[in-house]
Design a protein around this ligand. Structure first.
Ligand code: DGL
Length: 271
């Protein structure tokens, strides 16, 4: 039993999908969430910058005495997970390993079991993190990646079930579908909200939600290390580095409307 909170962070509000999954699986845990909306998006930035941002957020979360850090952002997980693990003595989890593990399991059962598709931001694709994670589990599986940058903007705009979204899905996915991909990793926090639109176009593709997978992994690790807080208050504190007009709409889109408030917090060490 450990009443300390769990720290979760993302480049923006997309990581609230991970908080939602964690709350469903571990209702007693207290979560402190930081979304770096003031510096969003991360997916078009350099690895050095993403590592710097991720370090700053980690320092803040550690100052709040968290017992575990979950990097809900695929782009940060790709760039900074290894660094943050080396530099910190609490468990640091990223979405990529969890997503890759689930994808490998599904691929073993799929008709084209030697193939996994990944859609993600440019930075995540460039890092090849999903490719490396899949190959560390099953070297024979081929990974076909596509960056799907427009999906991020479509989601932010709330266009999650529109014709334009289905057209974008075709543009990004058709060629890897033709090559045989039937298991597709949603390698960006925003993409789980597009599940329906993708499934409308590709009903035969199995989608892997890395956010849900990391929530299960967090629960497993807390249990293994006797760090759970099953009887805790289940509270959530939401902080972002900027509060914009669309924030409430996005919060509801990602997290539902449960009255949780967002507070502004700037943690840029250079200010
Ligand atoms: N959280 C980011 C990710 O999962 C969303 C996109 C971005 O910041 O560019 O990759």
């Amino acid at each position: 039993m450990d009443p300390r909170p769990i720290g979760v962070f993302d480049s923006g509000v997309g990581g609230l999908t991970v908080c939602k999954a964690m709350k469903d699986i571990m209702p007693g845990e207290h979560i402190i969430y930081f979304g770096d909306t003031g510096r969003f998006p991360y997916g078009t930035r350099s690895i050095e910058t993403i590592i710097r941002y991720s370090r700053e957020i980690t320092e803040y979360l550690k100052s709040r005495d968290v017992k575990m850090i979950v990097i809900a952002c695929n782009t940060s997980s790709a760039a900074a997970l290894d660094v943050l693990r080396r530099e910190n003595d609490i468990p640091v989890l990223g979405v990529i390993d969890a997503g890759a593990r689930a994808a490998c399991k599904k691929a073993e059962m799929a008709p084209h079991g030697d193939l996994i598709g990944v859609i993600a931001t440019r930075a995540t694709v460039k890092s090849e993190s999903y490719v490396k994670a899949v190959h560390s589990i099953s070297p024979r599986i081929k990974v076909l990646q596509r960056h799907a940058t427009i999906f991020v903007s479509l989601t932010e705009e709330g266009w999650i079930d529109e014709e334009v979204t289905r057209l974008a899905a075709k543009k990004y996915i058709q060629d890897i579908f033709d090559e045989g991909v039937r298991v597709l990793v949603l390698g960006c926090t925003h993409f789980p909200l597009l599940k329906k639109a993708i499934k409308d176009v590709y009903p035969d593709i199995e989608l892997v939600d890395s956010g849900i997978e990391v929530a299960w992994e967090a629960q497993r690790i807390l249990a293994e290390k006797s760090l759970e807080n099953s009887g805790g208050d289940g509270g959530i504190e939401l902080y972002t580095s900027d509060i914009t007009d669309s924030m409430e709409r996005l919060k509801e889109l990602f997290f539902g409307n449960n009255g949780t408030k967002i507070s502004k917090l700037i943690i840029d060490s250079r200010i």
